[in-house]
Design a protein around this ligand. Structure first.
Ligand code: VNL
Length: 176
């Protein structure tokens, strides 16, 4: 790795969910950020007209924390789906799903064909998956999608099915 790990904010800024109070996260935000059940279902309660806009779905170089969580080598690419969840015209959530080796033998292969269906509808119907505890962040972070200088709360967790990983990061775009 050419970057200095200590200075790599993609690696160092994430905190365990238990430290939410240190991140200036309000109780209200915490209810959203640390929701264990389907966020899709929770959003739908407030917005019946929820849509998924696909920003990109392609093989690309993962961010450094993604690489680390997924145990990828430096030059290894992974299949990445970036979406924005919208309530009408309003952007409410930016999500990145990263899956290494997403070829036909991979347990997550159906996700490649998900299209505009929300990922949550698939994930929460699977029986044999495990999910790591959330890591969270609240700061002005260089997400490709966010306008500069926007402070946003985000979370990620690692799902596994048949020992194959999927890393999901969700960034809250609405002031919650
Ligand atoms: C997706 C990802 C959708 C994370 C979500 O909620 C979400 C997706 C609707 O990639 O479709 O929380």
């Amino acid at each position: 790795m050419t970057t200095n790990k200590r200075k790599d904010i993609y690696l160092t800024q994430w905190k365990p969910a238990s430290l939410w109070q240190r991140l200036k996260i309000s109780h209200q935000e915490k209810h959203w950020l640390l929701e264990e059940k389907s966020l899709t279902a929770k959003f739908k309660k407030q917005c019946p007209n929820l849509t998924v806009e696909i920003l990109s779905e392609k093989w690309q170089a993962p961010l450094s924390y993604e690489k680390q969580q997924l145990g990828l080598k430096d030059n290894q690419h992974a299949w990445t789906r970036c979406i924005v969840l919208k309530c009408g015209q309003q952007n409410i959530l930016y999500a990145r799903t990263v899956i290494p080796n997403l070829t036909s033998g991979n347990t997550w292969f159906a996700i490649k064909k998900l299209g505009n269906k929300p990922l949550g509808e698939v994930l929460f119907n699977l029986k044999n998956i495990t999910r790591s505890p959330f890591k969270i962040l609240k700061r002005n972070y260089p997400w490709q999608y966010l306008e500069q200088n926007t402070i946003a709360a985000a979370r990620y967790s690692l799902f596994k099915q048949d020992n194959q990983p999927l890393l999901l990061t969700e960034v809250f775009l609405l002031k919650i």
